[in-house]
Design a protein. Structure first.
Length: 576
């Protein structure tokens, strides 16, 4: 029985990051409240139903985390895992593709989601409606974005996670959350429109949106269509740069993350990484390769803007008046560091960026949770960087903040230090080395300065305002545990740095193997190289797709032979 379940799981492995949270969300919606007392935040909850929703959500997320670890091992052992939905082969049908990079991102998603959900079950989930269902829809969108092998379905999963984030942002209500939600939703709708525009341009040029197929066909375009393809790539870069908070598209993030509830902001820590992942996946798979002309345009923009984003983020952190705002600006800064590393276009830099991505995501999630724990013990002042009552647990909370601050600043021997050392080493010998070194070292010093200033105000400057009451309770242990777990995960990156770096190196090698990716995804439906005869699939069968046979450089050929009693599928090019 156990072996059968494992075999079933392995057979449908790429599907689980999508199906599991989707099924859980539907079950949780069926368990929605039918009545009950309305609390002060507007949520109506039946206690029994709420307990069951918490149990189901936690059990599903734990199962998803275990499954993600299994996916990591499967991808590391077996290479590309391609799952054609409906058993339609690519590029005709939709495919999900699991490789080392996508498996790593799914593991990271659940590594953040599980402790964040446990924290939310301490009370935040009861401050609004359908929190757990929306949380699962968010996981579905994240997982789908990481495993999809189709650009249009990347857009679909982006919309799934964004719609869930719109409601989660306003969870718990409050005027400030509604105030920041309006520009957040508006700007994301504009970005979605640009996303569709870029996809439409690519589809008009190539007749496909499968990432592997795009990688084959974009490099065969005639010179008269190359400029339009470059423009489509730049449109997508703008969209993904917006998601990743790239300067000057970052203005939405600090206020949004600072206003969100603690567990929502912690989950949002991985949202910017989706933008970074999309840049890496789409531009390396579809636009990458040895043809420098394809990548020079966007990398010349990405590297300087990434460095500028990192610098601007740390200056925003220095100017922040609240601890939540400081952490939000540090999120912008870390995203800029990642984008600059990607813009170096060096495999070593990309591998180092993946290590740093794991560290920064886990660390920022822990910091957002820690912000609320500190603010809850400072009375009405909350996380404002002004004098107030001393926190009741200065050793515990101060120690946790000190540990997180040291890692964020890049002090040895913490993972933040190791990640930055890897990035500095990867930039050695490149033209941009002086700029990368100056920005990384300067940003690290200023991050330490800003966090030290916040620590001094929060824990040493004790001067409560007249009439301000001192909180009478410490932090519940069930809320401390998720923060400890996230920080422990961060420390484990330092302890296992060599193993993690070996995995990221292997992930980058696999990412850069466009030939292997195309063969794994397209198989017999792969286009023949320019000027070559299509390889044989079987007796008398050719390996060139029957559509777009007039593409310059492709060799038209008949579709693979069908059995005599079979009906040929109808390919509708009116939609991707």
């Amino acid at each position: 029985m156990t072996e059968s379940l494992i075999a079933l799981w392995a057979q449908h492995a790429p599907l689980w990051p999508v199906v599991l949270p989707l099924a859980t969300a539907l079950v949780l919606l069926a368990l929605a409240d039918r009545g009950g007392e309305v609390n002060a935040q507007g949520g109506a909850h039946d206690p029994t139903r709420l307990r069951w929703r918490r149990r189901i959500a936690l059990a599903s997320t734990l199962l998803g985390a275990l499954s993600a670890v299994g996916l990591l091992g499967l991808a590391d052992r077996s290479g590309w895992q391609v799952y054609p939905l409906g058993d339609w082969p690519a590029p005709f049908g939709i495919v999900l593709v699991l490789d080392r990079l996508s498996a790593l991102m799914v593991v990271l998603t659940y590594a953040v989601a599980l402790p964040v959900l446990a924290y939310a079950c301490g009370g935040w989930d009861a401050r609004g409606r359908h929190f757990h269902a929306l949380f699962q829809f968010q996981l579905m969108g994240l997982g789908g974005a990481f495993v999809t092998g189709d650009a249009f379905n990347l857009f679909v999963f982006f919309e799934v996670l964004l719609v869930a984030s719109y409601v989660l942002l306003a969870h718990g209500q409050g005027p400030q959350r509604f105030k920041v939600a309006v520009p957040y939703v508006t700007l994301n709708l504009v970005a979605s429109g640009l996303f569709l525009l870029g996809l439409a341009m690519l589809y008009a040029l190539t007749g496909t949106l499968n990432l592997a197929d795009l990688g084959e066909r974009l490099h065969r375009l005639p010179d008269t269509e190359t400029a339009l393809a470059h423009a489509a790539g730049m449109v997508l870069l703008v969209v993904f740069g917006f998601k990743a908070a790239l300067l000057p598209l970052h203005l939405w993030l600090p206020a949004t993350y600072a206003a969100a509830s603690a567990p929502v902001a912690a989950l949002f820590a991985i949202m910017t990484k989706v933008g970074v992942y999309a840049i890496v996946r789409v531009h390396w798979t579809a636009f990458g390769g040895d043809e420098a002309a394809w990548v020079n345009g966007w990398t010349q923009v990405l590297l300087p803007l990434g460095l500028a984003t990192s610098v601007l983020g740390v200056f925003g952190a220095l100017a922040a008046g609240r601890l939540s705002g400081l952490v939000a600006w540090l999120t912008v800064s870390s995203s800029g560091t990642l984008l600059a590393a990607v813009g170096l276009l060096a495999p070593e830099a990309l591998s180092a960026a993946l290590y740093y991505l794991i560290h920064s995501t886990v660390l920022m999630a822990a910091l957002f949770l820690l912000v609320e724990l500190v603010g809850a013990q400072r009375g009405p002042v909350g996380d404002g960087l002004t004098p107030a009552w001393a926190v009741r647990e200065p050793v515990l909370l101060g120690g946790l903040l000190l540990l997180a601050a040291a890692s964020a600043a890049g002090l040895p021997p913490l993972p933040g230090f190791l990640g930055k050392v890897m990035l500095l080493q990867a930039s050695s010998g490149l033209d941009a080395q002086p700029w990368v070194w100056a920005v990384l070292l300067g940003v690290g010093f200023l991050s330490l300065l800003g966090l030290a200033r916040a620590g001094v105000v929060l824990f040493w400057h004790v001067a409560p305002a007249d009439g301000q009451a001192m909180p009478d309770a410490g932090t519940p242990r069930r809320l401390i545990a998720p923060v400890l777990l996230l920080l422990a995960l961060g420390l484990s990156l330092a302890a296992g740095a060599q193993a993690v770096r070996q995995y990221t190196d292997a992930a980058v090698r696999q990412l850069l193997d466009r030939e292997g990716y195309a063969q794994a995804v397209l198989g017999p439906w792969r286009a023949a190289p320019q000027g070559a005869q299509p390889p044989a699939v079987g007796a008398g069968e050719a390996a060139v797709r029957p559509y777009r046979g007039d593409l310059k450089g492709a060799v038209p050929a008949a579709a693979p032979a069908l059995p005599a009693d079979a009906q040929a599928p109808v390919v509708d090019r009116s939609s991707p």
